[in-house]
Write a protein that binds this ligand. Sequence first.
Ligand SMILES: C[S@@+](CC[C@H](N)C(=O)[O-])C[C@H]1O[C@@H](n2cnc3c(N)ncnc32)[C@H](O)[C@@H]1O
Length: 349
Amino acid sequence: MDTSGKIKFHTKLKLKIYEEYLKAYLPIMNTQDWATNVSVIEPFAGQGVAEDGGKGSAMVAVDAIKPLQSQKILLLLNDLDSKKIPLLSKNVDVANNPFIKIANEDANSFINKSLKFKGHALLFIDPFGYTQLNKDTYDNIFNRDKLEILIFIPLYHVFRFLKGEEEDVYYRPVAQFLEYFDIAKEQAQECDTLEDFAQLIRSAFQSKMRTHFAYYKSLKNKDCNSQHVIFFLSKNIKGAEKFLYAAEAAEKYFDKQGDLFSMTYDTFKEEADTLINTIKNADPITNSQLYELSISLGMLPKYTNEIFSKLEDDKTVCIKELPNCKRKGKSLYINDKRDNRIEIIYNKV
Ligand SMILES: C[S@@+](CC[C@H](N)C(=O)[O-])C[C@H]1O[C@@H](n2cnc3c(N)ncnc32)[C@H](O)[C@@H]1O
């Protein structure tokens, strides 16, 4: 729910990606023995549903968790506004859903406590929530292992503000946020487009979290010419792959909504060139290395597979079976199984 209580278009992006990610991530975590506990953490839960009856993030999470009947998934909800707690409790039916815990405190103390829970965690940070978090909280977040983060930033407003089109009232929290990520105002102002600005923020997140897996997706509303961006960060390749699936599912969903929305579509042209150049300039790489490279570039294995099948067909690359591995047909084994079966070699002749 946004502050006016209506499900607005940027909220649709946020909730759709959240829903798709939970649907992709939780069933896997639920069945893996190595994932002993999983917490879904919402520091800015609101009241669970919007005033128009649409589902808010807390309800979206309940709908994803409940059918799994899991003993190890917890949903940790919080809101600072004490008036929202009874409504939230009622809307998520906390009395009959023992996997839910509800808190009523400032997001900083709530996050810092929640991150102490052992196991895997997914942290969902709402629009404007990012300016509420202080440096210590960000340090805690980025130093935590086994954490996936979905963070939604109304980058359009920030960008317009930096370009001098918004009032100064927005500046303080944004300035603090940029300062934490070592981004000078002038550096941000040098970005020509919102995409460049999103890339700058993505790189800053990536270096703070020390991970290869940091992505963003943006959604434009053609009606009011505004654009919102959701970032995803993880240190875990499986979590990253699930986000790429979730983003693709959201893209298909928005595609069906007609002309109102347009989501950034990846053609993977640059990523494909990067992959090919890596292979050209490096020693042969194995199928597992190709999988890792592909995910870190934000490209699902099915696309890498298509590209490399063509490259094999036109003899740009050749494939060598590794000892004791008999290749099945033209399979490239670009998956998370971590068994090296083939080497991909750039054909220099
Ligand atoms: C946009 S609403 C929540 C939307 C909800 N996550 C959803 O998607 O349905 C943002 C909520 O953050 C709460 N909030 C604002 N500042 C906060 C803070 N510092 N700590 C915790 N909650 C806060 C507000 O009371 C409000 O209910």
